[in-house]
Design a protein around this ligand. Structure first.
Ligand SMILES: [Zn+2]
Length: 66
C-alpha cells in the first residue's frame, strides 16, 4: 500500500482508500485521470461480459428458430 497526499486536503492517505480520514473527501488517493481510467476499465469490463452474453443469447434464439 502506498501513501499519497489527499487531492482535497493534502493529508497522507492510502491510495486505495475510498474516503479521506481527514476531510472525508471521496477517493482521495486517486487523481482525476486515474478515476477516469478506472471508469473506462469498468466500462470495458462490462462490454467484455455483455457482448459475449448477447452473442450467446442470440445464438440460442437462432438455434431455437432453426
Ligand atoms: Zn482529505
Amino acid at each position: 500500500m502506498s501513501l499519497r497526499p489527499c487531492r482535497h486536503c493534502g493529508h497522507n492517505v492510502h491510495q486505495q482508500t475510498t474516503d479521506c480520514p481527514n476531510c472525508g473527501g471521496p477517493t482521495p488517493g486517486l487523481t482525476t485521470e486515474e478515476r477516469t481510467r478506472s471508469g473506462l476499465m469498468l466500462a470495458a469490463l462490462l462490454a467484455l461480459v455483455i457482448v459475449p452474453m448477447a452473442v450467446l443469447f442470440y445464438g440460442c434464439i437462432s438455434a431455437f428458430a432453426g
